[in-house]
Design a protein around this ligand. Structure first.
Ligand SMILES: [Fe+2]
Ligand SMILES: [Fe+2]
Length: 200
C-alpha cells in the first residue's frame, strides 16, 4: 500500500470511529440517579475505547516489525468491539457520546505514533501500562456503578478481562518498562480525560 493510501485509510478509520452509532431500544429499568451515573461512566468508557483505537492505530502505523504491527491491529479490532458495546449501552440508557472524542482520537494517535517511533519495546511498554491503568479504572467504575445496572456491569467485566489479556500480550511480545515520570504523565492525562468525558 502506498503512503497516500495508508493515510487515506487512517482518515477513513478516524471518521468511522468518531461517527460510530448504533440503534438501541431504550432501557427504562433503572432509577433516574442510577441511570445518570451509568450514562456518565459509559460515556467515559466509550471515550476510552475511542482513544484505545487511536493509540493502537498510531502505534501500528509506525511499528518497526510486521509481527508487532499485526498484534496491534488485532488488539485494535478488539477495542472496536468494546466501543460497539459501550456505544450501544449508552444509547439504551439515553446518553450521548463525548463531544471530545475527535480530540481524544487525534491526541492518542499522535501519542501512539511517538511511542512507536521510539521503538517497538517502548511502544509495547506503553500498551502494557495503558491496559494496566484501564483495568484499574474499570474496577473503580464497577465499584461506583449501581449493582442494578447488570447490562453495563457485564460489559465492563468482559472488557476488564480482555484488557488484562492485552496487557499480558504486550508483555509477551517484549514490552519495555516505561520510566516512572512517563507513567505519571499517562495517569494525569487519563485523569483529565476521564473527568471531562463524564460531563461532555
Ligand atoms: Fe478496550
Ligand atoms: Fe485493551
Amino acid at each position: 500500500m502506498s503512503l497516500n493510501d495508508k493515510i487515506a485509510n487512517e482518515l477513513n478509520h478516524f471518521l468511522k470511529i468518531i461517527t460510530y452509532k448504533d440503534e438501541a431500544e431504550a432501557d427504562e429499568s433503572l432509577t433516574k440517579s442510577d441511570k445518570e451515573k451509568s450514562i456518565s461512566l459509559m460515556r467515559v468508557n466509550a471515550s476510552g475505547e475511542v482513544s484505545a483505537q487511536a493509540l493502537y492505530r498510531g502505534q501500528a502505523f509506525f511499528s518497526k516489525t510486521p509481527e508487532v504491527k499485526e498484534h496491534l491491529i488485532k488488539a485494535g479490532d478488539e477495542e472496536f468491539a468494546h466501543l460497539e458495546w459501550c456505544t450501544k449501552r449508552l444509547e439504551e440508557l439515553g446518553g450521548k457520546k463525548s463531544l471530545l472524542d475527535p480530540f481524544y482520537y487525534a491526541g492518542s494517535f499522535t501519542l501512539g505514533s511517538l511511542a512507536a517511533l521510539i521503538g517497538d519495546g517502548t511502544s509495547l511498554g506503553f500498551v502494557e501500562e495503558t491496559e494496566k491503568q484501564v483495568v484499574e479504572h474499570l474496577k473503580r467504575h464497577l465499584n461506583e456503578m449501581s449493582p442494578d445496572d447488570k447490562k453495563s456491569r457485564e460489559i465492563l467485566e468482559k472488557m476488564l478481562e480482555e484488557e488484562e489479556i492485552h496487557g499480558q500480550e504486550a508483555k509477551d511480545h517484549g514490552s519495555k518498562d516505561l520510566p516512572a515520570p512517563v507513567k505519571g504523565i499517562m495517569t494525569a492525562t487519563s485523569k483529565i480525560m476521564t473527568t471531562l468525558s463524564r460531563y461532555i
